[in-house]
Design a protein. Structure first.
Length: 638
C-alpha cells in the first residue's frame, strides 16, 4: 500500500505544478495573432509571380511623434517571363508620386486591389534584371498593426510588425511566401534625438544639415517581406558578445531607458540560450551581422530577422523568438498551411531550454501542461486546409500550431531517439535547397527519414495531417518467471485516425520500492506484450515523462486476466463453425465444451477453429485454458 500512496502523492503534486504553470506560449500566440488579425485579407497575388526580387533599398523618413511615412524604395528584380508591366503590393492608403527606371519616368496606376502597377517603355525579356525606384508617402491605414506610433513614459515610439501580410501597408513589396529578397539596405531618417533600428548591421548614422539623422542598416541574407522591420524612439543600447571565433557576434539590445536596468538583468539569459541552440542545432545563421532585441509596445514578440521586437523580456519569450532565427527566418514556412514549421519548432526549442536550464522535472511539467491544452478538444490537425488559411485565429492557434506542433516534435524525438532526431534537424537546416529559402512539411519529413532509416509516413499522416489523439486502456498481469503481460487497447478521439502507432512509455513499481521504465512497442490495437520484469508489479504509471499526446488513459492491475479482453469467439450465434481470435503471445493449451446442463461434451488441445454443425440448437459454454489462465465463453448454436 505504501507504493500506491507514494504514487498518488507524486501524481497530485505533478498535477498541481502543471496547473500553476503559466502558459506563456498562449500569450505569444495571442500576440502574433493580434499582429495579423487586421491584415489577413490578403491572398496570393498572381500579378507578382512573374519576377524574382533580388535587392531592395528602403529609404524611409519618419518621426515617431507623427503618424506618417515618406519613402523611396529601389527594387531590383529578374523577369521570370517577358514583362511589359510589374506589380508591387502597396496599400492605396499611401500615394505614389513617381516611378523611375534608369532615371526615366514610368507611367503607373494604383488600383483598388492595393497594387501599384508600373508600365515599362519596353518589354523586359525573361532572365533580364532591371531596377525601378518608387517614391511614395502618406498615412498608413489607421488602426492597422503593421505600422504604429505610440508612446512610452511620455516619449514617442514608432514600430512596424508585418506578419503575415502587413508589409504592403508601409512599403511597396512582394508580399507572398514565394520569394525572398536576396539582400536589403534600410535607411531610416528621423529626428536626431532618436535611435533607429532595423535588420542587419548598422553601417553608419549620419547627422544631416536639417538636424535629422539617417541610420543605415545592411542585411545581406535572403529575407521575406514580412520580416523586414523598423523601430524608432529614444532607445538605450547595450551590447552582449556571443558565439566563439570565428563566429563571434554582438547581441545589440535596444531598450526603453526607463526599463534598461531590469532588461539588462532579464536579457543576461540570452547568452546561455544562444550557446545551447548553437550546440544542438548549428551556429547562429547571421553571425557575421548581429542578433538583438528591440523593445516595442506589444505584449509578446516578433522574430524580425537579426532583431526580435519584444514586448517583455521573460525567458520563455527570449527563447521562443531566438529559436525563430533558425526556424522561421533562416528557413521559412513555404505556405501558411505549414505554419507549424515556424511556431511548433520555436515552442519546442523554448521547452528544451526549460529542460536544459531547469532540469527534467520542470520539462515534464511543461509538456504535461501542453498535453492538457492540446487534448482539451478532440480534433484539430497541424497542417491547415486551404480555407483555414483565411482564419488568423486558426493560423496562429496556440493549441495546434504552437503546442501540438511542439509535442509532435517531442514524439518524433522520442520515436527516433536523440541522435537521429537532432541530426535530422541539423541536416534540414543545412540543406542548400532550404537554407534561407522556404520549406514545407514534406521537406522536414524527408530529412528525418533519411537519418532514421525508416518511413515516417504513417506518423506524419496521423499526427500532422489528421486529427485527434489516442486514449489507452492497459491491463497488467504478473506472470511466472519474472514476466509481466501488458494488454493495450486504444481508442481515438477523432474518426480521421484508425490507430496511432507509437511506442508507449510506462513505469512499473514493486512492493519493495523497485522501479523500472519500459517502452511498449504498440503496433496494433488489442495487443499483448510480455516484458521481463525482475519483481512483481504492484503499481504502474502511464507515460511518466509525458512523451505522448494522449488523454483519458486507464490502467488495470491484477483485476482481470489479459485474455478476458483479448480472446474473442466469433461468429456468435453460429450454425456451422466457431473461430477463436487470439492475440500475439496467447497460447491455447486446452478447450473444454459444456452443454447447458454443465456436462462436458468435447475437449480439444491447441485448436482455435471448430465444426459445430452436429450440435443441437441451444446455449453452450466453452472453457479455454491459455498460458495466461482460463476464460469461459458462452455461445449459441442456431
Amino acid at each position: 500500500m505504501k507504493t500506491y500512496y507514494l504514487l498518488l502523492l507524486f501524481l497530485l503534486s505533478h498535477m498541481l505544478l502543471a496547473q500553476k504553470q503559466k502558459s506563456e506560449v498562449n500569450e505569444i500566440a495571442e500576440s502574433e495573432m493580434k499582429a495579423a488579425s487586421s491584415v489577413l485579407n490578403f491572398v496570393v497575388n498572381p500579378n507578382t509571380l512573374n519576377y524574382d526580387v533580388t535587392y531592395q533599398k528602403l529609404e524611409l523618413t519618419v518621426d515617431p511623434s507623427v503618424y506618417y511615412i515618406t519613402g523611396k524604395v529601389t527594387a531590383t528584380f529578374t523577369a521570370l517571363s517577358p514583362m511589359s508591366t510589374i506589380t508591387f503590393d502597396l496599400t492605396n492608403q499611401l500615394d505614389v508620386s513617381s516611378v523611375t527606371k534608369d532615371n526615366l519616368s514610368l507611367s503607373f496606376i494604383q488600383n483598388n486591389s492595393n497594387e501599384v502597377v508600373i508600365t515599362f517603355q519596353n518589354v523586359i525579356p525573361a532572365g533580364t534584371s532591371a531596377t525601378v525606384v518608387i517614391d511614395y508617402a502618406g498615412e498608413p491605414a489607421s488602426g492597422e498593426s503593421a505600422f504604429e506610433t505610440n508612446s512610452h513614459n511620455g516619449t514617442p515610439v514608432l514600430w512596424t510588425l508585418s506578419q503575415p501580410y502587413g508589409s504592403q501597408d508601409w512599403w511597396p513589396c512582394k508580399q507572398d511566401l514565394n520569394d525572398k529578397i536576396d539582400s536589403i539596405d534600410v535607411y531610416i531618417t528621423a529626428p536626431s534625438q532618436y535611435v533607429s533600428v532595423s535588420n542587419g548591421l548598422e553601417v553608419d548614422a549620419v547627422i544631416n544639415l536639417n538636424g535629422s539623422k539617417t541610420t543605415h542598416f545592411h542585411h545581406g541574407y535572403p529575407i521575406p517581406a514580412y520580416l523586414v522591420a523598423i523601430a524608432v524612439t529614444n532607445y538605450s543600447i547595450f551590447t552582449q558578445q556571443a558565439g566563439t571565433a570565428p563566429n563571434a557576434f554582438p547581441i545589440v539590445n535596444y531598450i526603453y531607458p526607463e526599463n534598461l536596468s531590469s532588461a539588462q538583468n532579464s536579457l543576461s539569459v540570452t547568452l546561455p540560450i544562444m550557446n545551447f541552440f548553437e550546440q544542438i542545432l548549428e551556429p547562429y545563421p547571421y553571425s557575421d551581422e548581429k542578433y538583438g532585441h528591440a523593445q516595442f509596445g506589444w505584449s509578446g514578440g516578433m522574430e524580425h530577422t537579426t532583431v526580435s521586437f519584444m514586448g517583455g523580456f521573460s525567458r520563455g519569450l527570449i527563447a521562443h523568438e531566438l529559436a525563430h532565427q533558425w526556424f522561421g527566418d533562416k528557413i521559412t514556412c513555404g505556405t501558411w498551411k505549414d505554419i507549424w514549421l515556424n511556431e511548433g519548432f520555436a515552442t519546442y526549442l523554448a521547452s528544451l531550454v526549460i529542460q536544459h536550464l531547469d532540469g527534467n522535472t520542470a520539462f515534464i511539467n511543461d509538456k504535461d501542461s501542453k498535453i492538457n491544452f492540446i487534448t482539451s478538444q478532440t480534433g484539430g490537425a497541424l497542417y491547415l486546409t486551404e480555407s483555414e488559411t483565411n482564419s488568423v485565429s486558426r493560423i496562429f492557434s496556440s493549441r495546434l500550431s504552437y503546442n501540438k506542433g511542439a509535442m509532435v516534435l517531442n514524439m518524433l524525438r522520442f520515436k527516433m531517439g536523440d541522435t537521429a532526431f537532432f541530426q535530422g534537424l541539423q541536416n534540414y537546416l543545412a540543406d542548400p535547397n532550404l537554407a534561407f529559402k522556404y520549406a514545407v512539411t514534406s521537406d522536414l519529413q524527408s530529412h528525418l527519414e533519411a537519418v532514421y532509416g525508416q518511413s515516417l509516413t504513417g506518423f506524419f499522416n496521423d499526427w500532422v495531417y489528421k486529427q485527434g489523439y489516442p486514449s489507452y486502456a492497459i491491463t497488467v498481469q504478473n506472470l511466472a518467471a519474472g514476466q509481466v503481460a501488458f494488454f493495450i487497447n486504444q481508442t481515438q478521439s477523432h474518426s480521421s485516425v484508425d490507430f496511432f502507432e507509437m511506442p508507449v512509455p510506462i513505469r512499473v513499481f514493486g512492493a519493495g520500492g523497485e522501479q523500472l521504465d519500459l517502452v511498449l512497442n504498440n503496433t496494433t490495437n488489442n495487443q499483448t506484450i510480455v516484458q521481463n520484469v525482475p519483481f512483481a508489479v504492484t503499481a504502474v504509471l502511464f507515460d511518466p515523462t509525458k512523451e505522448l499526446i494522449s488523454n483519458g488513459n486507464t490502467i488495470a492491475l491484477g483485476l482481470q486476466n489479459i485474455e478476458l479482453n483479448s480472446v474473442v469467439l466469433y461468429p456468435n450465434p453460429a450454425s456451422k463453425e466457431l473461430t477463436l481470435k487470439i492475440p500475439t503471445n496467447v497460447e491455447i493449451k486446452k478447450t473444454d465444451f459444456y452443454n447447458a446442463l454443465g456436462q462436458k461434451i468435447n475437449t480439444t488441445t491447441t485448436a482455435t477453429n471448430w465444426d459445430i454443425s452436429a450440435l443441437s440448437e441451444g446455449v453452450y459454454f466453452m472453457e479455454v485454458m491459455t498460458n495466461f489462465g482460463k476464460k469461459q465463453i458462452q455461445f449459441v448454436k442456431k
